[in-house]
Design a protein around this ligand. Structure first.
Ligand code: NAD
Length: 295
């Protein structure tokens, strides 16, 4: 079994690393927050003091970090992955970052004979814990085939979409669809609640029809309880929509609805709700309409 290194042990990285340990892999781990390292060492991993040390001790390195700057720092920065990686190492970045950044990092990795895949995920913390994430992968097919089994431990669906950057391009499409769905659900439910119709009944009545969706089923029960504990933080979704808007500009595409929802999320962040779950988007509409959508 190949030795795996894991960098970034937050909401997602920690359960993903623990699932690899449970599957019998030997893991060396690092995070800039020492307590996070301790938690995963408690589950059987070995601690490292830098990304470079992780790379020195591993044949496959997985990163699960917030955004492009953090991945660049951990991979290309001082004491980063490329300072310690041997030729032939495989780097799998599972963070959701800008597709262009994936391409830039892969180019640098290639100079050290390190092959990179961008492999962002969908499914959130519950599916990270269950090992049932949806994983969308970009990068060389032969590298993908070498690590398919490892993806299978963390995910239930694993799709190689194309060359490097296409995993993150797919993830941006996913994030646009999720953000717009939550906003549509919020707008509609606030309207119904303000009109005096029981939102719980509205949810039950429509969930089996064309308006039904995975988003509706996942988020409405939480909204009805007023539970906005993350989950997926609004500030992380702002990061994804910022990457989507930047990418759209770079390639010459207009994304008007994404821009509108971006402003909604920005207002929530200013209102101190950036660390709420993205289901908390409904609070923007509730405030405007002076009504709450609760069971
Ligand atoms: P998180 O903030 O909980 O975890 C990120 C971890 O990276 C933290 O522990 C942080 O200390 C560490 N870190 C930051 N910079 C570092 C560096 N330079 N070196 C080493 N460690 C560093 O975030 P998360 O929710 O686990 O999300 C990680 C990625 O997965 C993000 O790109 C996010 O968009 C994506 N994602 C999250 C979810 C979700 O529901 N939380 C779902 C799908 C995808």
């Amino acid at each position: 079994m190949k030795k795996i290194g894991f960098i970034g042990l937050g909401i997602m990285g920690k359960p993903m690393a623990i699932n690899l340990l449970k599957a019998g892999y030997s893991l060396t781990v690092y995070d800039i927050i020492p307590e996070r390292i301790k938690e995963v060492v408690g589950a059987g991993a070995k601690a490292a003091s830098s990304s470079k040390e992780v790379a020195r001790k591993s044949e496959i390195i997985i990163t699960m970090l917030p955004n492009s700057p953090e991945v660049k720092d951990a991979v290309l920065g001082t004491d980063g992955v490329l300072d310690g990686a041997k030729a032939g190492t495989i780097l799998i970045d599972m963070s959701s970052i800008a597709p262009l950044a994936s391409k830039e990092i892969a180019k640098e990795a290639d100079k050290k004979a390190v092959s990179m895949l961008d492999a962002p995920v969908s499914g959130g913390e519950p599916k990270a814990i269950e090992g049932t994430l949806a994983i969308m992968v970009g990068g060389p097919e032969e590298t993908f085939n070498e690590v398919k089994d490892i993806f299978g431990i963390m995910g239930a669906s694993v799709t190689r979409v194309g060359e490097i950057g296409s995993g993150n391009m797919t993830k941006l499409a996913n994030q646009i669809i999720v953000a717009l769905n939550i906003a549509a659900m919020s707008e509609a439910m606030v309207l119904a609640a303000k009109a005096g119709v029981d939102p719980q009944k509205v949810f039950q009545a429509i969930r089996g029809g064309l308006a039904g969706s995975t988003v509706l089923d996942a988020k409405m029960p939480l909204v009805l309880k007023g539970n906005f504990k993350p989950g997926f933080r609004i500030e992380l979704h702002i990061k994804d929509l910022a990457n989507a808007l930047d990418t759209a500009r770079q390639i010459g595409v207009s994304v008007p609805l994404s821009a509108a929802v971006m402003e909604v999320m920005q207002a929530l962040k200013v209102d101190g709700k950036g660390t709420d779950d993205h289901g908390g988007i409904i609070q923007f509409y509730e405030k405007l309409a002076k009504v709450q959508v609760r069971a």
